[in-house]
Design a protein around this ligand. Structure first.
Ligand code: HEC
Ligand code: HEC
Ligand code: HEC
Ligand code: HEC
Ligand code: HEC
Length: 273
C-alpha cells in the first residue's frame, strides 16, 4: 500500500535505517492490485545472497562460505523480513533494537550458544595481560585501547565490529596475519611481533602492521617515540632491543610473557591470555 496508513499489519524492513519502498523492483514491484507484475521474491532460509546481491553488497558472511548466513543473525524463523531483527545475546530472542544484540563473547566464550556450537572458543575471561590496567596501560593520557571492564570492548579493539560481516571471522586481525595461521605453533609464529615489533625484517618472516590499529599498540623498541616512559601502573617502558637472537617469534615472547600457558599452547591461547 502506497498509503502507509492502510499498511496496518506489515512493518517496514528495518526499524533503524532507511527502507526501500514496497514497490521497489527487487521487492514487490509495481502494478495494479491483481496484476502479474507484482512479485514476491522467493526467500529460503538460511540465506545471504538475497541480502548481498543487490542491497547489502558491502557486507560479507561471517567467516565466508562455511560461516554464518545473514539470516542466522538477522531473520527469525518466521521468515520475517518485515522487519529484520537482531538475534539477542541469549541466542533465542529477537529484537529490532541492536543494543543487546548477540556479540563475539556470546558465541566464542564460555559454553557459547546452542545453535552455533561450531564456533571456536577462546579463554574466559580473555586476558591480554593480568595487570588490572590491561587495556589502559600504555596509551599515556589518551583514551584507552579497550575498557578492562568489558570483554567485548577488547574484541572490538583487535578484531573490530567489521568481523561480524567479514569473510574472515578475524576481521581487522587479518591486517597483521601475514603468513600466520590460526591455532598455530608458537615456534615460527609471528602474531605478537606483527603488532608489537618493528625491528628490521628478517628474511620476510614477519611484517609489522601494528600501526594500522588505532590507537597503535606499544612498539617494543619504541621506534616512533610514542610510548610513554612510564606506564599507568608506574612500571618503566622496557626497550626490547637485543632481546631477540636469533628470533622474535611467539615462542620467544612466551619465554618471558608466559601466563601459565599449557605445554601444548597455540597462538589461540597465547593471544587471549
Ligand atoms: C554473527 C552475526 C551476524 C551475521 C552473520 C550478520 N550480521 Fe549484520 N549485524 C550483526 C550485529 C551484531 C549488528 C549490530 C552491530 C553492528 O552494527 O556492527 C549487525 C548490523 C547489521 C546492519 C546494520 C548496521 C550496518 O552496519 O549497516 C546491517 C545492514 C547488517 N548487519 C546486514 C547484514 C548482512 C547483509 C549480513 C550477511 C552478509 C549480516 N548482516 C550478517 C550481526 C551479524
Ligand atoms: C551468532 C554467533 C557468532 C557471533 C555473534 C560471532 N561469531 Fe565468530 N563464528 C561463529 C561460528 C559458528 C563460526 C564458525 C563458522 C565456520 O565454521 O566457518 C565463527 C567463526 C569465527 C572465526 C574463524 C575461526 C577460525 O577457526 O578460523 C573468527 C576469528 C570469529 N568467528 C571471530 C568472531 C568475532 C571477533 C566476533 C565479534 C565481532 C564474532 N566472531 C561473532 C559464530 C559467531
Ligand atoms: C590483543 C588482540 C586480541 C584481542 C583483544 C582479542 N583477540 Fe581474538 N584473536 C587475536 C589473534 C592475534 C588471533 C589469531 C590467533 C589464533 O587464533 O590462533 C585471534 C583469534 C580469535 C578467534 C579465532 C580462534 C581460532 O583459532 O579458531 C576467535 C574466535 C577470537 N579471536 C575471538 C575473540 C573474542 C571473542 C575476543 C574478545 C573477548 C577477542 N578475540 C579478543 C587477537 C585478539
Ligand atoms: C592486534 C594487536 C596485538 C596483538 C596481535 C598482540 N598485542 Fe600485545 N598489546 C596490544 C595492545 C593494544 C596493548 C596495550 C594494552 C594496554 O595498554 O594495556 C598490548 C599490550 C601488551 C603487553 C603489556 C601488558 C599490558 O597489558 O599492557 C604485553 C606484554 C603484550 N601486549 C604482549 C603480547 C604478546 C606476547 C602477543 C602475542 C601472543 C601480543 N601481545 C599480541 C596489541 C596487540
Ligand atoms: C627477555 C625477556 C623478554 C622477552 C623475550 C620479551 N619481553 Fe616483553 N617485556 C619484558 C619485560 C621485563 C617487560 C617489562 C614488564 C614490566 O614493566 O612490568 C616487558 C614488557 C613488554 C611490553 C609492554 C611495554 C614495555 O615495553 O614495557 C610489551 C608490549 C611486550 N613486552 C611485548 C613483547 C613481545 C611481543 C615479545 C616477543 C616478540 C616480548 N615482549 C619478548 C621482557 C621480555
Amino acid at each position: 500500500m502506497v498509503d502507509p496508513a492502510l499498511n496496518k499489519s506489515i512493518q517496514n524492513h528495518t526499524a533503524l535505517g532507511t527502507n526501500p519502498g514496497c514497490t521497489n523492483v527487487n521487492c514487490h514491484s509495481i502494478g495494479r492490485i491483481h496484476i502479474s507484475t507484482l512479485t514476491k521474491p522467493v526467500l529460503t532460509l538460511p540465506n545471504s545472497s538475497f541480502c548481498t546481491d543487490i542491497c547489502h553488497n558491502t557486507k560479507q558472511r561471517h567467516n565466508g562460505s562455511t560461516g554464518l548466513n545473514c539470516t542466522q543473525c538477522h531473520l527469525n524463523t518466521s521468515k520475517s523480513i518485515h522487519p529484520v531483527r537482531y538475534l539477542q545475546q541469549d541466542g533465542s530472542n529477537w529484537s529490532t533494537s541492536n543494543s543487546s544484540a548477540v556479540n563475539c563473547t556470546s558465541c566464542h566464550q564460555g559454553t557459547g550458544l546452542t545453535n552455533f556450537s561450531n564456533a571456536s572458543k577462546i579463554p574466559t575471561p580473555m586476558n591480554h595481560s593480568i595487570n588490572r590496567y590491561s587495556g589502559a596501560m600504555w596509551n599515556g593520557t589518551q583514551s584507552r585501547f579497550w575498557e578492562n571492564t568489558s570483554q567485548q570492548s577488547s574484541c572490538n579493539y583487535c578484531h573490530g565490529t567489521i568481523a561480524y560481516h567479514n569473510s574472515s571471522g578475524l576481521g581487522n586481525i587479518t591486517l597483521i596475519q601475514g603468513t600466520n595461521t590460526v591455532r598455530q605453533s608458537l615456534t615460527g609464529g609471528y602474531w605478537c611481533a606483527n603488532c608489537h615489533y618493528n625491528g628490521s625484517a628478517s628474511a620476510g618472516k614477519y611484517s609489522y602492521k601494528g600501526n594500522l590499529f588505532d590507537p597503535v599498540p606499544p612498539e617494543i623498541l619504541n621506534l616512533t617515540g610514542s610510548v610513554p616512559a612510564i606506564s599507568r601502573d608506574g612500571t618503566a617502558f622496557k626497550n626490547h632491543s637485543g632481546y631477540f637472537n636469533p628470533d622474535f617469534d611467539d615462542d620467544a615472547c612466551k619465554a618471558c610473557h608466559d601466563n601459565n600457558l599449557a605445554a601444548d599452547v597455540t597462538s589461540l591461547n597465547f593471544s587471549h591470555n
